[in-house]
Design a protein around this ligand. Sequence first.
Ligand code: AMP
Ligand code: MG
Length: 531
Amino acid sequence: MLEQLHFDNRFTRELPADSETGNFPRQVHGSCFSRVTPARINEPKLIGFSREVAQLLDLTGDPFVDNHFAEIFSGHRQLPAMDPYATCYGGHQFGNWAGQLGDGRAINLGEIVNQRGERWALQLKGAGRTPYSRSADGLAVLRSSLREFLCSEAMFHLGVPTTRALSLVLTGEEVVRDMFYDGNPKVEPGAVVCRVAPSFTRFGHFQIFAARNDIELLQKLVDYTLRTDFPHLGKPSRETYIAWFNEVCRTTATMIVHWMRVGFVHGVMNTDNMSILGLTIDYGPYGWLEDYDPNWTPNTTDAMGRRYRFGHQPQVAMWNLAQFANALLPLIEQVEPLQESLDAFTDHYQRGWENTLAAKLGLSQFDAATDKALSDDLFSVLQLVETDMTLFFRKLATLRIDQLLDRDIDDETLMQPLRAAYYEPDQLTTSDRNAITAWLRRYGERLEQDSLPETKRRQRMNSVNPKYVLRNYLAQLAIDKAETGDLSLLTELLELLRHPYDEQPDRDEYAAKRPDWAKHRAGCSMLSCSS
Ligand code: AMP
Ligand code: MG
């Protein structure tokens, strides 16, 4: 089946390569990438496969029939048309410039052009050391690879811009990880994900050349990126650079609106983890909001500063874009157009978020005069007691306007459909209950003024408020099983999450809020960067 893949390796053909070909850690100057061969491994075994991504690559056939697919997508062997390489990039990590980072455990295999003329880059994560690995091993473990594989596909089906995942392969190798950096190293199964995206170019790819004052190479990469990823902007020039930065600001804003809509926390929004295509990239210690808490972060490495907490993501995106703007300044030489685009980020985010709020609440449109206060108050109400964000919005669509407006209906009955969203429904105090129902009745009045008929309103809400997300505990249960060789939950979740907005009544159990056991369990609410 792999003979169907049509490679066109433009990145390595058009950009300067590292003249050193040995695979040892180093600073790489004057080139965009280093050729590197993935490590040969023990016993590759395919355990996860996305048929939608295979379709993007024009791949048909059964990848499980023999071991060929697993060997190729673990890096054990290469197809003749592949040209494997690791790229050079830098980045700001947790607000500080970190210098050269690069693909330390990602190896690009090349680019596919499919029958529709779309370009898709293939990248293995966890296929061994590269010149950018520094002191690390270039490998990845099953738990983090399974999380990346499932989440990238789940995000796609939720309508969130993201890199994709074609496959998940066990390497048969053992990898040692000290999960919480506390002196408890353990042996874990190694795995490789094959990620797929139009390109994996990050803000940090440009930052490294600007930081080294290598303006010639900076321009080469910018011009290449414009020709390859942004051909609609026209021939590279100062004007197109400005238009390009503006587009990156807008697509980044759109991506963050989606994260905030579905309750996704990236966890490590360093500038090396920001895609210039506005795609969610690098699934590490990410998490899904359970109870609505804007201060929550799943990343234990960031537990003190909480730089990458849920509610801070729009500001961080803007900060990252400002660093990206600094990297482009030598080519644009004027601050104003860059500043204008950063301001456009704020506007674009604000408008996008208001439209999203209107859809989440089932309003035909956002009317700032009433809906600013209505939504602000909702988010206060959601923080009174532990309230599951996903369940709350999904259940909100089931409320009936006539009931919300009926003063004879008591608070208890009014709130009944929302009970499942509360982590401790019996501990709601009278004052909590009053605040919630007061908000609900106000919401009912607002709905009554709106022109949307009830069935339309429900459809609108159910198309933006998912019933199923990759809840932290579900991913962990799938990992627990997969580590014992049972792949049933991995397969089931991949299937479930293909239709996150559908009711799927026979799978209701996966819509349930986090069980008590998962509240403080590692992997469920706490993750580290160790992967
Ligand atoms: P991350 O925090 O995963 O975005 O990674 C930050 C940097 O560390 C990137 O340059 C990665 O390639 C590199 N890195 C992370 N884990 C490993 C590893 N196990 N081996 C080599 N490089 C790694
Ligand atoms: Mg990264």
